[in-house]
Design a protein around this ligand. Structure first.
Ligand SMILES: [Zn+2]
Ligand SMILES: [Zn+2]
Ligand SMILES: [Zn+2]
Length: 259
């Protein structure tokens, strides 16, 4: 293990509705196996004391407390769906001392400006607001956060073009139903691929477990973790149905990746 290694922390690994689903009588939602409790999907990537967040889920406050996140240097968004964005206000405490840069594709930054316009408006003094300098990132641009270099991974989420993000030897792609040919070139030589795998059954806007496994075979990372998992797939069954170098992630999981 070296000081140049990356640390990944899974803040959440669940699909948009989270698990347990309030009111759902299913066995996964009522499971005593805590690995089946999944908050909305998000990760932290760290290296040499720099720390970047991907997505601000509606549970960000609780996730940040649980994973003891006490500072942030940047935030990246994959897309503007509520489960990836609506915890943006909870960046307040982490941006009191200094604003942080935020990065997303042009349609996502437009949507963030529209939905959370008050963040950039002059309003009366009060409890304060999250201080984010928002930047559009086009698909051929790279972003540097200290030693972390982020490159967009354009993918399709149903009809919606969104971004996954590559950082060094790590790729994070959550909501995806198709990877365009050009994006595979950006997925070579991965130590770690984190990929959305919603459930065993097919879905129009997400990879099923079967599809995700096919993509892992094609992309050939050293290891892969599945995320954005629904209550239609238990942690145990996912482990049983995946090969040794592919695993379901779980909330709070921490991984080291060689830098
Ligand atoms: Zn999602
Ligand atoms: Zn359920
Ligand atoms: Zn989505």
């Amino acid at each position: 293990m070296s000081a140049l290694d990356y640390t990944i922390r899974f803040l959440g690994t669940g699909t948009s509705i989270g698990i347990p689903v309030p009111g759902c009588p299913c066995s996964v939602c009522h499971s005593k196996d805590w690995r089946n409790h999944r908050s909305r999907s998000s990760i932290i990537i760290e290296k040499e004391g720099y720390r970047a967040l991907i997505d601000t889920t509606p549970e960000f406050r609780f996730q940040a407390l649980r994973s003891k996140i006490n500072s942030l240097d940047a935030v990246f968004w994959t897309h503007a769906h509520a489960d990836h964005l609506h915890g943006i206000d909870d960046l307040r405490g982490l941006t009191w001392n200094r604003p942080i840069p935020g990065y997303a594709n042009p349609s996502t930054t437009q949507e963030i400006h529209r939905r959370f316009d008050y963040l950039w408006k002059n309003t009366q003094r009060g409890g304060g607001k999250a201080r984010i300098n928002l930047h559009e990132v086009n698909k051929d641009q790279s972003i540097h956060v200290g030693p972390l270099e982020f490159t967009p991974l354009p993918v399709l989420h149903g009809q919606l073009p969104i971004y996954g993000w590559r950082c060094g030897p790590i790729a994070y792609i959550t909501d995806v139903s198709q990877i365009p040919t050009e994006t595979y070139e950006r997925l070579e030589n991965l130590e770690l691929l984190i990929l959305g795998a919603l459930r065993f059954k097919e879905h129009p806007t997400h990879f099923s477990v079967h599809r995700a496994l096919e993509e892992v075979k094609k992309i050939r990372p050293k290891r892969a973790y599945f995320t954005h998992i629904s209550h239609e797939a238990s942690h145990r069954e996912l482990r049983r149905r995946t090969p040794a170098h592919v695993n379901p992630a779980r909330d709070g999981l921490r991984l080291r990746v060689k830098g």
